[in-house]
Design a binder for this molecule. Structure first.
Ligand code: UD1
Length: 383
């Protein structure tokens, strides 16, 4: 009897690619596990008669080469089997387009499971489709909560977790959130942080590429900034204050700010682009690839961000991080790691503390060990 498992893996936007790559790599290891070391064989407990087949679906939510293609190349991801090519639109239109196109794929392929990652619109849209067709959904990075429903991602997390059949969590707080919301404990599997799998795999290559050289920066003598949340960049008053703070910061420490397309649009629209781009110490550049980003984080004095992934990556690397948000769905990066929340009011003061050497000590949370994808694949294979 054929006991092969058939999965559809969904990736849509930039942070998804780092979460899907380790899962594909672990599936390949699982399928070849008769050739693996004894340690790996015992990890997979594999019945040699079954294997895992997968179809990689890219929704096309992100499509620019800097936001998608470069990540596929660097992470050695296979070309997607299917690209839904939905592109950018309002939340409703983008979500609806993904749903219409993904439903066709699910009906044609009849997978055993749809595996979704993270909290972007693609994650929620594909979960809704699979769930309504009676196809089981596994959510990787489940249980994170900012308790702030003005964030589109929080809505995506709530819907995805409510409908998922299997919830793979990165930390204890995530388990607690899900239990509080009434998710049965047997659906919750704490497997660790999938983002860290990619980081562990690619850290050496990231170190070797020394991206700071390309920008004329010196190790530990620059700040890396990434900001793209609507709450920070879609409002002229906020973005003006941010750019003023960054110009002041760059007078003290060179500052590099790779610009997300959403942020670029706002800078242009609000007439802030030329003004901000005028100083040599504040480098505004195109979005960077994965290796260059990690390479820059790893040798920065500190990182200022509103990204979820960077809060985790800085904690793993022990680099101080300021998160320009009133909350975080990743509280473990603050309670255990090097992350601190900041606001427009305290930004200047908080950055000065870090410039003056006030160090934020931290430790790496449990199960952030680079083996999360293997634990996920083992659990899926046993079902
Ligand atoms: C999305 C995710 C966010 C994630 C971020 C990472 C949602 C609700 N938001 O936000 O959680 O942190 O990705 O980057 O899913 N654009 C391009 N090229 C692209 C993609 C987008 O130019 O390849 C431009 C478009 O003008 C678009 C804007 O960027 O309107 C925003 O893109 P969108 O995917 O809607 O949201 P992000 O802000 O990227």
């Amino acid at each position: 009897m054929n006991k092969d498992l058939k999965l559809i893996l969904v990736a849509g936007a930039r942070p998804n690619f780092m979460k899907i790559a380790p899962i594909i790599s672990a599936i390949k290891k699982f399928n070849n596990s008769t050739n693996l070391s004894r340690e790996m064989q015992s990890l997979f407990h594999r019945d040699p008669s079954n294997s895992i087949n997968y179809i990689l679906v890219h929704t096309g939510q992100h499509y620019d080469v800097e936001m998608s293609g470069n990540f596929f190349r660097e992470l050695e991801l296979p070309r997607p089997d299917i690209n839904l090519e939905v592109g950018s639109a309002s939340h409703a239109v983008q979500t609806a387009n993904i749903m219409v196109r993904f439903e066709e794929i699910c009906l044609k392929e009849s997978p055993d499971w749809v595996v979704v990652v993270g909290d972007v619109n693609s994650t929620m849209a594909c979960t809704l489709v699979a769930s309504k067709l009676g196809i089981k959904v596994a959510h990787v990075e489940a249980g994170l909560r900012s308790f702030d429903r003005t964030m589109p991602e929080e809505i995506n997390r709530l819907v995805t977790d409510t409908l998922s059949d299997l919830l793979f969590t990165p930390s204890e707080d995530a388990d607690e959130n899900l239990l509080r919301e009434g998710i049965p404990s047997n659906k919750i599997k704490r497997v660790g942080n999938i983002m860290i799998d990619s980081l562990v795999t690619h850290l050496e290559r990231a170190r070797q590429c020394k991206p700071y050289d390309r920008f004329g920066l010196k190790e530990k003598y620059y700040v890396l900034v990434t900001l793209h949340r609507p709450s920070n960049v879609d409002n002229k008053a906020s973005l003006s204050i941010i750019m003023k703070c960054l110009t002041q910061l760059s007078e003290k420490l060179p500052t590099i700010f790779p610009i997300h397309p959403r942020t670029r649009k706002s800078l242009m629209q609000f007439g802030l682009w030329k003004e901000s781009n005028n100083t040599k110490k504040l480098i505004l550049c195109d979005p960077l690839g994965y290796h260059e980003t990690i390479g820059l984080v790893n040798k920065s004095r500190f990182v200022l961000t509103d990204s979820g992934g960077l809060q985790e990556e800085t904690t793993f690397l022990g680099i101080p991080c300021l998160t320009l948000r009133p909350n975080t769905e990743r509280p473990v990066t603050v309670s255990q790691g090097t992350n601190r929340l900041t606001s427009l009011e305290s930004l200047g003061q908080d950055m000065n503390k870090l410039i003056n050497g006030c160090q934020t000590e931290g430790k790496i949370p449990e199960l952030w060990d680079g083996k999360t994808a293997e634990r996920i694949v083992q659990i899926l294979a046993q079902l």
